[in-house]
Design a protein around this ligand. Structure first.
Ligand SMILES: [Zn+2]
Length: 390
């Protein structure tokens, strides 16, 4: 018996519609599933499971990840650099070694299908529209940005994505997974966790897809540790699947300039994190407001039917922008307004938000709230920990 920080058990070999896999990480067991109701597309790909287990194992002190199955030379070489990057980002992380797998030396490229992760947001619409000639499949994953319990929003989003796909003659691959239970337990989802989750889902779709686009969140000007990242995503590739991190060349204003040319995007755009009453956009949160400003700069706000609230300066000045990502998005909007436009009220509001001092007591309060929210989210996903969903 190998003494491992993590051992992985999965019996799936042939393509199937349900993959269940057990991760034993030190003394904790996580039962994780990936489900696709429509066709037998999912493979029991060992590289997918290693992607899921990597961060928890590195966080728990490194050592050996024990699994069986086949891995490719390119994947294992990328995994080494991925670990180097994580160890710089999180100095307490320790390296791992994969044991028990065999190397697959010959991989046939019989499939020509190309996927793109798609949520209906600005980034995913931009990447899809930019590569619409090449992309054959839109990949919608339930359980990442939409909670598993929110089936109303899931169904509404699924219907919207199918409408978009239908308009362009594309296929939709819809996957449900509880992978966040595992990753949320060990790492911050935004800063680290969502990248390996996307990589894992991609590998489960290999070899049906041979290339997958991952839409970027930030531009090349604003790069910092983030789960999906232009230096990380390509390193998750294998000998049979290529990941492309796409869209870093364009700000959200530029991305909206492209998607505003398409009525289907203006009738489907979904960006909100809070989703009150399972709505696509609340019109009041920071992400909604930033997108409404992107649309306004492109003279497209009135055409975007998924925003029903008016852009309200009183809501803008309430935005708290102390993290690097939020500040970058506000600055992008401000730069664009300063270049071409004369909406002084809007400019002043954004300058006010960027210069708003953070009161020390407010900082402490916010840190406490953030910690409590993180714990709450972790406990929410933990609730289903022992459930095997069939
Ligand atoms: Zn919102």
């Amino acid at each position: 018996m190998i003494d491992s920080v993590c051992s992985i058990s999965c019996n799936t070999i042939q393509p199937t519609s349900l993959v269940t896999v057990d991760f034993q990480i030190k003394d904790k067991t996580f039962n994780i599933y990936f489900k696709n109701d429509e066709s037998n597309l999912l493979s029991g790909n060992t590289e997918a499971f290693i992607a899921c287990a990597l961060l928890p194992s590195m966080k728990m002190g490194g050592g050996k990840i024990s699994t069986n199955g086949k891995i490719t030379t390119k994947f294992i070489s990328g995994l080494s650099t991925i670990q180097d990057i994580y160890c710089v980002w999180e100095p307490s992380f320790k390296n791992i070694e994969v044991v028990g797998s065999t190397y697959q030396t010959t991989v046939s490229f019989t499939q020509k299908r190309v996927g793109a992760f798609f949520t209906g947001g600005v980034d995913s619409f931009y990447t899809f529209l930019k590569h619409q000639e090449e992309i054959t499949d839109l990949i919608f994953v339930h359980g990442l940005d939409i909670q598993l319990e929110d089936t109303v929003l899931r169904n509404k989003t699924s219907e919207m994505i199918r409408k978009v796909a239908n308009e362009f003659g594309k296929n939709v691959i819809e996957i449900e997974t509880n992978i966040r239970e595992l990753l949320n337990f060990y790492v911050d989802w935004g800063k680290l966790g969502h990248g390996p989750a996307l990589a894992a889902i991609g590998h489960l779709l290999s070899p049906t897809l041979h290339r997958i686009y991952i839409p970027s969140s930030f531009t090349y000007k604003n790069l910092f540790p983030w789960g999906s990242h232009p230096i990380l995503d390509p390193l998750w590739s294998s000998d049979s699947l290529e990941f492309i991190h796409d869209g870093c060349e364009a700000t959200r204003v530029k991305k909206v300039a492209l998607i505003a040319k398409y009525d289907i995007a203006m009738n489907s755009l979904r960006v909100c994190w809070s989703n009150p009453e399972s709505s696509f956009n609340c019109g009041r949160c920071e992400k909604c407001i930033r997108t409404m400003i992107n649309l306004k700069i492109n003279n497209a706000l009135s055409r975007c039917t998924t925003f029903t609230e008016a852009l309200d300066i009183k809501q803008i000045v309430k935005i708290v922008a102390h993290d690097v990502g939020t500040r970058a998005f506000i600055q992008e909007n401000l730069d664009e307004l300063e270049k071409n436009q004369t909406d002084n009220e809007l400019k002043k509001a954004l300058i006010y938000v960027l210069n708003k001092p953070e009161m020390p007591y407010l900082k402490r309060f916010r840190r406490r709230i953030r910690g409590a929210v993180k714990e709450w989210i972790a406990s929410l996903f933990q609730k289903n920990l022992q459930k095997v969903c069939l």
